[in-house]
Design a protein around this ligand. Structure first.
Ligand code: TYM
Length: 333
């Protein structure tokens, strides 16, 4: 039996290089070897209260970008989280078994509280429970995600194991973060600090759908400094980030060429950024060129999500039947 892979991306709109290298690229590879469920986490995105119009548009954008990146709906199950409402039922059961202290300690929750102190809603607090349910619903054991999601997977194991202990069953399996490289990645942004992400501002993100000229402009404006003044000088964060980006989009030779120029204080950031931008344009080209074409094919997009909803619902209904039985929820009529 093939192992089951489950992963999702929130529907907050077009995907950036962080989503691609942290998650989506691995989805595409994994579908060849595993039984895969890839979904668009629209329920998770409700924590930030998108307008109804934006929610529908962004869900569709992410479906299209999954397909454009190469996820094959015949090999994987691509679905929209809200098309499988069983996850909300499981979320209710698992919430009975998740404790305030552990939820408050989650790093992602603390970051969100710091960034948006006026929107500390209960959905944000229990975000990791819903995420665990996405995985547990299909008995996923491998979860392709970026570094920022590692703690959520640890929580998923905690919730699943606790359920097993409480009901004295061996029902849920343990799920682990997965990547093909040696460690989970964190793709930095262009703004000099932190990871690439919408919450760090549009300028920090390069989107898969950005036109080549937009990518060039963004990279040329990326934060840098006046250059190294000493041989083998350690790189400040903003510069290290640009080198880290080059590591994922460029050839190893290109990276070592610019490393050498940096270490000998002969680097010209204009040339460095130009090369980085061109390599980003090349890396995103195959996906970008398919986005428009797939987006125009309304009938295909609809067929994909309908098929995905059916396949995911079948797996979800089975889990919910078994869970109700374990918990002791029985119909009296
Ligand atoms: P989201 O939408 O924030 O991120 C989606 C995926 O992209 C990865 N990612 C990054 N990886 C590396 N560097 C970055 N700068 C970067 N930015 C984003 C994230 O690690 C993630 O893999 N909570 C999940 C969505 C989710 C989920 C799930 C994932 C909901 N339920 C169940 C797996 C299994 C999230 O972070 O979404």
């Amino acid at each position: 039996m093939k192992e089951t892979v489950v992963s999702g991306i929130r529907s907050t709109g077009k995907l950036h290089l962080g989503n691609y290298y942290g998650a989506l690229r691995n989805f595409v590879k994994m579908q060849e070897e595993y039984n895969c469920f890839f979904f668009i986490a629209d329920l998770h995105s409700l924590t930030t209260h998108p307008t109804p119009g934006d929610l529908g548009r962004t869900v569709r954008e992410v479906v299209v970008e999954y397909l454009a990146a190469g996820i094959d709906p015949e090999k994987s199950t691509i679905y929209i989280q809200s098309d499988v409402p069983e996850v909300a039922e499981l979320y209710l059961y698992m919430n009975m078994n998740a404790y305030l202290g552990e939820l408050e300690r989650a790093t992602a929750f603390k970051d969100k509280v710091r960034a948006n102190p006026d929107n500390v809603n209960a959905g944000l607090l229990t975000y990791p429970v819903l995420m665990a349910c996405d995985i547990l619903l299909h008995h996923g054991t491998k979860v392709p995600v970026g570094k920022d999601q590692e703690q959520h997977l640890e929580m998923t194991r905690t919730f699943g194991n606790r359920f097993n202990r409480l009901y004295q069953v061996d029902y849920f399996k343990e799920a682990f973060a997965f990547t093909y490289s040696d460690k989970l990645v964190k793709i930095p942004g262009l703004d000099g600090n932190g990871k690439m992400g919408k919450s760090n501002g549009e300028a920090s993100c390069v989107y898969l759908s950005d036109a080549p000229d937009v990518i060039r402009k963004k990279v040329m404006r990326a934060v840098s400094d006046s250059g190294p003044t000493e041989i083998n000088q350690p790189k400040p964060e903003a510069i290290q980030n640009l080198f880290d980006l080059m590591k994922v989009v460029s050839k190893p030779d290109t990276l070592s060429h610019f490393e050498e120029l940096y270490n000998t204080c002969t680097i010209r950031y204009g040339d460095f950024k130009k090369q980085l931008a061109e390599d980003m344009v090349l890396a995103t080209d195959p996906v970008r060129s398919r986005i428009q074409e797939i987006s125009n094919d309304q009938e295909y997009v609809q067929r994909v999500v309908k098929m995905g909803a059916e396949k995911a619902s079948e797996s979800a209904r089975k889990t919910i039947r078994e869970i109700r039985d374990i918990i002791g929820i029985k119909r009296l009529y």
